[in-house]
Write a protein that binds this ligand. Structure first.
Ligand code: NAD
Length: 341
């Protein structure tokens, strides 16, 4: 049924209000009250209405924003290079449409290589190293301003406090995901039940709640882990950073490995865009056996030159997309009291 502009205006206002509330509960309080699938459905509805009625697309729409506001209890960090979110596709047809958009924008139908990665279900952090030493760690926050969580991140054993090797850049910001392995999450919730305390809805919220603690001793008691998946600002002495860095995203991840960063072992370089479906199916089949939670796969145009040509939109790069798994959370809503509002 098609809507009149007046009906659409009213529905868009309702969606803004609801999604802003869910964002606050999820990003600021680390306490979602609805499953992700429900949030994703409402966000899709909003994007469809904004596409059908472009005048209703406001600059402060939840569809244009990254994450939530940084908690004032932490000192604030301004990201030198913004930390964006990811657009997503559901299904192979949407994937093909994404590839077509990329090729159209590049005005080329040449085959594109993609870096294929699992979509880790934790929270994004940016780690800043100066002369090889970890000096600052920050959450993504609203993409521009994040929370200073340096002391908490230092308690994560897989995060290097000092970089390996002699060829170390003067400044390097490494981006990646802090997550809670499934076994640690189950143990944490079992302990909470024993003590009659509140449980966490899922490993993502447990990771976020554990990392955004004012007392780093509490963070230290939670088993968190980290995988690197990208870079922010880089400065190399006597050399352009671009010359020091590989011109392939996958190559850059290899460089990060050499510096001492842990990398998700499932990451692969795919020469052809048609190879993504096999990667997606393979990871989906492995999902339950993995020791950490994932909610899909991520595909990034591998060439940095092409990434730069493609650029960004308001909240996400044009050169990457998440290819998400079908929702599992529908089941959670029946089983998990956390989701009862
Ligand atoms: P997102 O999860 O859709 O995608 C971006 C994030 O993916 C990055 O910030 C990063 O943290 C993560 N990521 C994991 N693996 C990655 C990799 N290999 N490379 C790059 N990034 C990787 O991001 P978002 O904007 O934080 O959240 C939107 C999603 O969060 C929604 O789709 C919804 O599922 C959920 N959400 C739920 C509620 C709720 O109330 N239940 C509220 C808000 C958001």
């Amino acid at each position: 049924m098609s809507m009149t502009e007046q009906q659409a205006t009213q529905r868009v206002a309702e969606l803004h209000q609801t999604l802003n509330r869910y964002n606050y509960q999820y990003y600021v309080l680390d306490e979602p009250t609805v499953p992700d699938a429900e949030y994703d459905r409402l966000m899709r509805e909003l994007v469809e209405l904004e596409t059908a009625f472009p005048l209703l697309k406001m600059p402060d729409s939840p569809s244009q924003r990254v994450g939530g506001e940084a908690l004032k209890a932490f000192s604030q960090v301004t990201h030198q290079i913004p930390m964006l979110s990811l657009d997503n596709v559901f299904g192979y047809d949407e994937w093909l449409a994404f590839v077509k958009r990329v090729q159209d924008r590049l005005k080329s139908d040449r085959e594109i290589a993609f870096c294929a990665e699992p979509k880790l279900d934790g929270l994004a952090v940016s780690l800043r190293y100066e002369d090889g030493l970890l000096v600052q760690a920050a959450t993504r926050g609203d993409g521009t301003t994040g929370e200073n969580i340096t002391e908490n991140v230092k308690t994560i054993k897989s995060v290097p406090l000092r970089l390996n090797g002699d060829n170390i850049p003067a400044v390097i910001e490494v981006r990646g995901e802090v997550f809670m392995p499934k076994a640690s999450f189950e143990q944490l919730n079992a302990q909470a039940i024993q003590k009659g305390e509140k449980t966490f809805a899922n490993p993502r919220n447990a990771a976020a709640g554990s990392l955004r603690q004012l007392d780093s001793k509490i963070t230290a008691k939670r088993s968190l882990a980290f995988y690197a998946y990208g870079l922010g600002y880089v400065e190399v002495q006597g050399q352009e950073a671009d010359e020091w860095l590989s011109n392939s995203h996958f190559g850059r991840l290899e460089q990060l490995k050499t510096l001492g960063f842990p990398m998700c072992p499932e990451v692969k370089l795919l020469e052809k865009s048609a190879d993504v479906e096999a990667f997606y199916q393979d990871i989906l089949a492995k999902r339950d056996a993995l020791s950490y939670e994932i909610d899909g796969t991520v595909f990034k145009v591998d060439s940095i030159e092409l990434q730069q040509q493609l650029g960004f939109v308001a909240r996400a790069p044009r050169w990457a997309t998440a290819y998400k798994f079908p929702a599992q959370e529908e089941i959670t809503i029946l089983e998990d009291v956390e989701f009862q509002v």
